[in-house]
Design a protein around this ligand. Structure first.
Ligand code: TXA
Ligand code: MG
Length: 321
């Protein structure tokens, strides 16, 4: 397995139907030729992902989208013009050229232009789009570094294209239309306020586990393997400390005197939501790897990127089953 910046090598693997982990500004993706059903099947296999959970395809530019869709609704086109390349995924009516396996048989395909120089150069060099879910085993925390990918999928793929740590650190915001209504299906790296600044009020769709439109938005996604308890740290910490429990702490901004410093991670000492988002998944992983029995965490302020951060924290704390 190679961890390298060699674009030609990545291109060769992808052209021969193999998978390569690619850097994006949101999280690392597990990429394969989106037009090759065998490569797409290998993605589901490698991630251990149920085939009813559709994939996002990645293209180099807004112009490259047209051949893969039937139409580009005006409002969504405006969003693409404003925010691509960037952490925005659009659900668009799919052209027949996109294999049904990519969309799990749905009639919309999820598309985005990622904002990472290496991956954009790779996409420009290829004559097919890349299907790429986050490069983690199904249900686990998304990777934001090559080391994260390597830890779980390293044995299963020939190459990780090394683009350094992901700058945004949260998956893309997923947006589509139902009738005239603009719907956000997944909170993510692009804030809702910015979207509304371009297209007006949007609706946030409740992602219950019964939502057939986005089966991947199940609760208990983005979950560490250790129990993850969300609440008021000022109460949780003394409560569990008094019982002599072994736990770690994920705090938004403040240091706790009651917990050893190596057992706590602060997302942003200055309380910056961007910084907190960029640190979130690495922090969850490193707590998950500590010699502790469970993780205590608190929500971020609930505005801007804080909404997406809190969405992931809540999913991490949802009980599995
Ligand atoms: O930032 C991101 O979006 C990253 C990077 C690699 O681009 N990708 C990512 O992919 O997060 P993934 O597969 O982990 O999450 C994509 C989610 C899926 O859970 C799925 O439910 C939803 O997008 N999705 C994909 N295609 C869809 C479709 N046609 N209709 C509804 N939801 C769809
Ligand atoms: Mg994912």
């Amino acid at each position: 397995m190679a961890i390298s910046t060699d674009l030609n090598l990545a291109k060769q693997f992808l052209e021969s139907g193999e998978l390569v982990a690619i850097p994006t500004e949101t999280v690392y993706g597990l990429a394969g030729n989106a037009l090759d059903p065998l490569a797409v099947a290998a993605i589901f296999d490698t991630k251990n992902r149920p085939s009813f959970d559709p994939l996002i395809i990645h293209v180099a530019s807004i112009q490259a989208v047209d051949q893969y869709i039937l139409e580009f609704p005006k409002a969504l086109h405006k969003l693409a013009e404003k925010f691509w390349p960037g952490p925005l995924t659009l659900l668009l009516p799919k052209a027949p050229q996109i294999p049904d396996l990519v969309t799990s048989g749905l009639d919309r395909v999820a598309i985005r232009v990622p904002d990472h120089p290496l991956t954009l150069e790779l996409l420009r060099a290829l004559d097919f789009p890349l299907a790429a879910p986050s490069a983690n085993p199904f249900g686990y925390i998304s990777p934001t570094t090559p080391a994260h990918v390597n830890a779980q999928l390293g044995e299963l793929i020939p190459m990780i294209l090394d683009g350094g740590p992901s700058a945004v650190g949260l998956e893309s915001t997923i947006v589509g239309m139902e009738g005239d209504e603009i719907i956000v299906y997944r909170l993510g790296g692009l804030e809702i306020d910015l979207i509304e600044g371009v297209v007006g009020k949007v609706q946030l769709q409740d992602h219950s586990s019964s939502n057939p439109q986005a089966p991947g938005l199940l609760e208990s996604h983005y979950a560490p393997t250790k129990p993850f308890i969300l609440g008021d740290l000022n109460k949780l910490i003394p409560h569990y400390a008094s019982q002599g429990k072994y736990f770690g702490v994920l705090s938004f901004q403040n240091f706790s005197e009651e917990v050893a410093s190596e057992k706590q991670i602060i997302l942003s000492k200055v309380g910056d939501l961007k910084e907190a988002a960029a640190n979130l998944f690495a922090a969850m992983r490193s707590l998950d790897g500590m010699n502790i029995d469970f993780i205590l965490a608190e929500l971020a302020p609930d505005h801007g990127l804080g909404k997406a951060i809190n969405d992931r924290l809540k999913r991490a704390s949802a009980t599995r089953g």
